[in-house]
Design a protein around this ligand. Sequence first.
Ligand SMILES: NC(=O)c1ccc[n+]([C@@H]2O[C@H](COP(=O)([O-])OP(=O)(O)OC[C@H]3O[C@@H](n4cnc5c(N)ncnc54)[C@H](OP(=O)(O)O)[C@@H]3O)[C@@H](O)[C@H]2O)c1
Length: 252
Amino acid sequence: MSGWAVVTGASGGLGEGYATELARQGANVLLVARSADKLTALAERLRREFGVEVEAWPCDLTNRGSRAVLVADLMSRNVHTLVNNAGFGTLGEFVDLELSRIQAEVELNVVALTELTHTVLPGMKARGRGAVINIASTGAFQPIPKFSTYAATKAYVLRLSVGLWGELKGTDVRVLAVCPGPTETSFFDVAGDDGVRVRRRTVEQVVASSFKALRKRRPYVVDGFQNAILAQTTRLVPTSLATSLAGWVATH
Ligand SMILES: NC(=O)c1ccc[n+]([C@@H]2O[C@H](COP(=O)([O-])OP(=O)(O)OC[C@H]3O[C@@H](n4cnc5c(N)ncnc54)[C@H](OP(=O)(O)O)[C@@H]3O)[C@@H](O)[C@H]2O)c1
């Protein structure tokens, strides 16, 4: 496969899963995250196992200067697939959280994702093919008290992606929003949420759901049957009830 797949947040969790699957499919992969050591180790493993080209690109995506350097590189690369996966959430009441943490969450989950998408889509459109996979969340379907900023950022990711899907319908440039529910990664440790309350899906399950939905040209996919039912249910009940329930589930 000529060209490059770019995966953000590739140093672990879902991003490592997407990078591994793309390399397995024969794609050259550019790995982006802050942890240079983890990216280097993953790059070596993927080269060894799949014989593809892999580059590690250590970068703090909340830093606009570092992002500009990455953007300049991506403009000169043939990027056939972008997985906007880097993201985090923070458990806690909005007024109690550091503003800098909230700003970083919005910068990473929303601004960086938007900028990278805007960087690669023109080339994909010109070449007449490509894929952007944006990782949203089941949190995109209703507000979540004590995860308010996170749920709002993921609602944006879902809406932006489905809007772009609509703009590109009829072309071979695909945009997909992936909405995982709780999944076995470092997400909850990073969020400051140590409670293991629900059975979590595996990275492999989420990655498999994503590529299946991409093949079917879906605008978005909710990973897992139970998560899909819950996501649809939020549309059928009043927002006040869905919000209260989501807040309870998130903190019990
Ligand atoms: N796990 C879940 O239950 C779940 C559910 C729904 C949605 N999601 C979404 O899935 C995506 C992946 O998360 P995950 O579950 O795999 O969590 P994770 O294991 O914590 O991975 C997050 C990834 O993002 C990277 N990252 C964080 N801050 C970054 C920054 N400033 N610049 C560049 N990279 C950064 C991390 O790498 P470094 O620390 O090396 O930078 C890591 O590779 C996120 O968008 C998350 O919101 C997760």
